[in-house]
Unconditional design. Structure first.
Lengths: 93, 366
């Protein structure tokens, strides 16, 4: 579990990159690339190692005002936990 | 002809020269006979045009890419284009200072090959003393803040060391470990009898790797590639011919895979001849096995044709003499017996001498 005060950041092997051809973002890592949907890209842009999980959820809630706080929180946590499992994310203290 | 697909990865084979002589090298057997190598400006043009086509990742490989003294300039251009760069290296010859320079220039990832967990076995495969230098390089990679990929090619002599290889990768804090069973092409096909393992060895190693994958989840990615001689269906070689990968050889040939130029009767363009986008979409060799029209039976009606794309064209040619045949690694191939025979041969326990990768006439006298 990522604590609310944890500060998520991309792992050293992962890089977020804009894709001119699709107009979306891709998460690149050795031998692979994940095409991100708009929500996933907004989440990862905030994972800078400075913002806490709590801050990230708060900022996204403003961006997606039609969604409940819990909804946003679940989506963020599920996505980040998946990236943690794949070794694409680290959580700073 | 429909529009050419978008490539995502450029495999830049910067040179065929290499200080190692690995008995399973994927380089062509006639590697000394190739033409003049591309200069820095040409490689940087290839990077720019590949990026414009959609490429996001570049594998800087060879041979040994460190043997080019313009590697720094190539990395710099790739970084400027925001490409994800992966240096695929033996770690020889390399000093810590040069690696630090590559880090500063924006190289993304370093992949070091480790031939075995045991020095004697590793050096025997590489045909030279390299093991201890490789470990030193792997440590520098991490100390300098790079992500580290370790790659070990598996075969009958080291498959039972997989547990040790995993332990070594953990000790070196590798981010990714590729346990790749030998694909029998290039020098590995010449050495197949010496390399091919009995099935039980593969099964045991697969279990060890699977347990490690679970245990190390989130810390180290463990990839175990089963040799396609032992699977029911072939893997999708290069994700399909001329689909996702663009390979450029040291002398500038634009290929769909590392060995496509060993297939007779195909014409491939040289990147010196024109814009990359045109060559990628129009070169006759590039189009030879795109799509499904070329497919023979049983591929043309097979459910898996959009998954494995008929398997490996080079394997089809080197085993059957026909590049357009179904990959004999497929259990549905009429030539599958060729693969079964090679497998059966492996269950015997003959000791077969290796043939080392050297340019013709350049090797030690035997």
């Amino acid at each position: 579990m990522i604590p609310a005060t944890g500060k998520p950041a991309l792992a050293s092997k992962a890089r977020l990159r804009f894709d001119r051809l699709s107009g979306g973002y891709m998460l690149l890592y050795p031998e692979r690339g994940l095409a991100l949907n708009a929500t996933a890209a907004s989440i990862l842009k905030l994972c800078d190692g400075d913002r806490t999980l709590e801050t990230i959820v708060g900022e996204l809630h403003q961006e997606y005002a039609d969604r409940s706080d819990d909804d946003v929180r679940h989506e963020v946590v599920d996505f980040l936990e998946e990236l943690l499992k794949r070794g694409l994310l680290r959580v700073l203290g | 002809m429909t529009a050419a697909p978008r490539p995502y990865t450029l495999v830049a084979e910067l040179t065929y020269a290499c200080p190692l002589h690995c008995v399973y090298c994927s380089n062509p057997l006639d590697l000394a006979r190739h033409g003049a190598t591309l200069d820095t400006a040409s490689w940087n043009r290839v990077l720019r045009e590949a990026e414009a086509l959609g490429v996001m990742q570049v594998n800087l490989t060879g041979g040994e890419p460190l043997l080019r003294d313009d590697l720094e300039e190539i990395v710099e251009e790739a970084r400027r284009l925001d490409l994800y760069t992966n240096l695929i290296t033996s770690g020889i010859p390399l000093e810590r200072e040069r690696l630090a320079r590559l880090r500063a220039l924006g190289l993304s990832n370093v992949q070091v090959s480790i031939q075995d967990s045991r020095p004697a076995g590793a050096d025997r495969i590489a045909g030279t003393e390299a093991f201890h230098q490789k470990l030193a390089v792997a440590r520098w990679v991490k100390e300098l803040g790079f992500p580290l990929t370790l790659n070990t090619v598996l075969h009958r002599e080291n498959l039972d060391h997989v547990g040790e290889v995993i332990a070594l990768a953990e000790e070196l804090h590798a981010d990714r470990l590729e346990l790749a069973n030998t694909q029998y092409l290039g020098w590995a096909l010449a050495n197949r009898r010496a390399l091919i393992p009995p099935r039980a060895l593969i099964e045991e190693a697969r279990k060890v790797a699977a347990a490690a994958r679970t245990r190390l989840e989130g810390r180290m990615e463990v990839v175990f590639v089963v040799p396609d001689y032992f699977t029911e269906f072939p893997p999708s070689c290069m994700d399909g011919w001329g689909r996702r990968f663009l390979v450029v050889t040291p002398d500038g040939l634009l290929l769909p895979c590392l060995l496509a130029h060993t297939l007779p009767g195909l014409t491939f363009a040289n990147v010196r001849e024109g814009p990359l986008a045109e060559l990628w979409s129009d070169s006759p060799g590039m189009n030879a096995f795109r799509g499904e029209e070329w497919m023979p039976d049983p591929c043309r009606t097979c459910d898996k044709r959009t998954v494995d794309f008929g398997g490996c064209r080079c394997q089809a040619f080197h085993l059957t003499g026909n590049a357009a045949a179904t990959d004999p690694a497929c259990s549905l191939s009429p030539h599958h017996g060729l693969v079964e025979d090679a497998r059966d041969e492996a269950s015997g326990s003959k000791l077969v001498p290796f043939r080392y990768r050297w340019p013709r006439g350049a090797g030690p006298r035997s």
